[in-house]
Ligand binder design. Structure first.
Ligand SMILES: [Zn+2]
Length: 114
């Protein structure tokens, strides 16, 4: 992967990181009890709790994604970005385009237990 390409992915990753971090700033209050009031209309308490669970799950996933993107930026610094962490072959650029923080090539990703 040449410098120009690496810089392009670095930019993509930084933008992704910014997006993820600003999304994290929309707080999910875990301590607050679920309240069902007029604003929720016909949504039941169970539904409201499910919505809260979903929000927490999304937050967890976002945190994981932030770590993955930070790790990808670190790999750019180290010069190992774009290579599969398992087999060390270059990762297909089309794959990086869709998942810039991916660490496995298609082949390794489809053989998780090898
Ligand atoms: Zn691989």
């Amino acid at each position: 992967m040449n410098n120009e390409t690496t810089h392009r992915y670095e930019k993509i990753l930084r933008e992704l990181l910014d997006d993820l971090r600003s999304a994290m700033n929309q707080p999910v209050d875990e301590s607050r009890p679920v309240q069902v009031d007029g604003t929720m209309g016909r949504v039941s308490r169970g539904d409201a709790m499910q919505v809260q669970q979903l929000a927490l799950e999304m937050k967890r996933r976002r945190e994981g994604r932030i770590q993955a993107v930070e790790a990808a930026l670190e790999r750019i610094r180290l010069g190992t970005y774009g290579f599969c962490v398992r087999c060390e072959n270059p990762i297909d650029q089309g794959r990086l385009e869709v998942l810039p923080d991916v660490v496995l090539c298609v082949r390794c990703a489809s053989n998780p237990k090898r």
